[in-house]
Design a protein around this ligand. Structure first.
Ligand code: PGA
Length: 268
């Protein structure tokens, strides 16, 4: 894991933006894995700004989102399709036919839908860079604690903690889904690079469990310990419970020197 600690959330956003811009400008047909939630909103804003400034084009980009609620469709303001349209897709030149979310409409079979999502990712050549947030309970996507570390795209029941954490986003008269389709942990681990962003004190415990804790389904994000190219971008608050804080600062100084000498090496 490459753990990079920044002074504040803005710097986390700036660095995440650089990763995405580099991928899109480097690879002719990039495949991006996207996430929803509060954390990546600033990343999408920054990408829209860069697009509007003519610094990048999403014309050849294909995207796969981590998850989508069950029981509401894409026109519902609470759906992740709606979120992606509003925060990114409507503002850039991406072809919406190349933007995918793991949906399961009424009458469809979630098992078949999960398999078909996995097939679509394969057919696109696999995900180059998967953006991730982290839940306060350590989830990635909607892979809740005790999710199999070998899981693939499937239907998942949300935990009470996730429902409580997300209830702030629902008005009292709005339906809050309790089921979702989500990429599995093995699906996420297949991405060539994963870029996890975490900011704020309420993520500190989950971040500690992910990085310093044992590999365990109790903290699904700890599976990233098995990933060859996991980049973890943290602000100081999210990093505040980490052991070996000094080491990460030291290692990043060294990494900057290594990159200066040998150039950045991202094997997309
Ligand atoms: P958040 O959600 O960015 O809204 O904190 C992250 C997640 O649950 O993965």
């Amino acid at each position: 894991m490459q753990v990079i600690i920044f002074d504040d959330a803005q710097q986390v956003t700036n660095n995440a933006t650089q990763w995405v811009v580099e991928l899109i400008n480097k690879k002719p047909n990039p495949v991006l894995g996207l996430a929803t939630g509060s954390t990546p909103i600033s990343l999408y804003k920054s990408l829209v700004t860069k697009y509007k400034a003519g610094e990048l084009s999403f014309k050849n980009t294909t995207s796969f989102n981590l998850d989508e609620y069950l029981g509401i469709d894409g026109s519902n303001k609470q759906s992740y399709r709606y979120f992606m349209d509003k925060n990114l897709f409507d503002h850039v030149d991406i072809n919406k036919n190349n933007t995918f979310l793991p949906t399961c409409a009424r009458g469809e079979n979630p098992r078949e839908q999960g398999l078909s999502y996995e097939e679509s990712i394969k057919k696109a050549g696999g995900i180059d860079l998967q953006i991730l947030g982290i839940g306060a309970n350590g989830h990635i996507g909607f892979n809740e604690p005790t999710s199999s570390l070998a899981s693939r795209t499937r239907i998942k029941t949300l935990t009470q903690q996730t429902l409580d954490d997300n209830s702030r986003l629902f008005k009292s008269d709005e339906f809050q889904p309790t089921l979702a389709m989500t990429m599995g942990i093995a699906t996420i681990l297949d991405a060539r690079y994963v870029l996890l962003m975490a900011t704020g004190k309420n993520k500190a415990k989950a971040v500690k469990d992910m990085i310093n804790g044992p590999l365990s389904a109790t903290c699904p994000s700890s599976a990233l310990q098995l990933h060859e190219n996991a980049i973890i971008l943290l602000d100081k608050e999210a990093a505040s419970e980490l052991e070996n804080l000094d080491y990460y600062t030291w290692a990043n100084t060294q990494n900057r020197k290594i990159n200066q000498e040998f150039g950045l090496y991202h094997n997309y």
